[in-house]
Design a protein around this ligand. Sequence first.
Ligand code: APR
Length: 228
Amino acid sequence: MERLVIFSGAGMSAESGLKTFRDSGGLWENYNVYEVATPEAWKANYKMVLKFYNERRKQILETKPNKAHYSCVDLEEKYQVNVITQNIDDLHERAGSKNVLHLHGEIIKSQSSIDSSLVYPIEGWELKQGDLCEKGSQLRPHVVWFGEPVPKMDDAILLMVRADIIIIIGTSLQVYPAAGLINYAKPNAKLYFVDPGNIDLSIEKDVTQIKEKAGVGLPRLSKMLLSK
Ligand code: APR
C-alpha cells in the first residue's frame, strides 16, 4: 500500500464552523496570542488562559466533522493514511481517521503545569481553577504554546520522509517548526495543496495546487486518488 500523509491546518475545520487563526475575522484578530497562548501568559494570568481554551473546547464539542474530514477516512480504503494535524480539535478522530498525530496538542485533554508527561482527559468542556494533577499543580490545556517545544515533531518528520503522497490542506504555513515539515518530503513524493487562499509555498518541489475550500477540494482529490 502506498503511504499517504494528510497535513492539515485550521482551514480543515473551517466548514465545521471553527474559526481559523490568520484569515480576516480569524481568532488572532480578536485575541492577542501572547496573552492567551504562551507560557508567559499562563504565568501572568492563568485564569484568562483557562477561559480562552474553555470557550474553544465548548465550541469544538458542539461542532461536527465536515466532508473534508470524512474524505480523509475514505482514503484509507486504498492507502496507508496518516494524518498530521496542527489542529487541537478532535474532528479527524470523530470522522473515523485511524492514525492522527496532533502536532500542537489536543484541547480535550489537560496536562500538569509542572510535568508535561502527566496528561488527562477532560470531562465535559471546562477546565477549572483548582483542578489539579496528581502532583498537586494546576492543570493546563494539553496544547503546545508559542515558545514551547513541539514534542511530536520527530514522529511527524518520520511520516513525511516515508510518504509517497502528501496532501497539505487548510494551512497558511506560517508557524514553524510545523510549516517546515513539507521540506522533508522525499524527492519523488507527489504533493497536493488544498487551500482557497493565496499561500506562498516557497518550496523547491512540484506541488499541485487546488484552490478550493476543504469541503470541495478534498472530496474531489480523494475521488481522483481512489480511482487511480
Ligand atoms: N478550506 C480550506 N482552507 C481554508 C478554508 C476552507 N474552508 N478557510 C480558510 N482556509 C485556509 C486559509 O486560506 C489559510 O491558509 O486555512 C488557512 C488557515 O491558516 P491559519 O489561520 O494560519 O491556521 P494554521 O495554518 O492552521 O495555523 C497554524 O498557528 O496559531 C497557531 O497553533 C495554531 O496550529 C495553529 C498554527
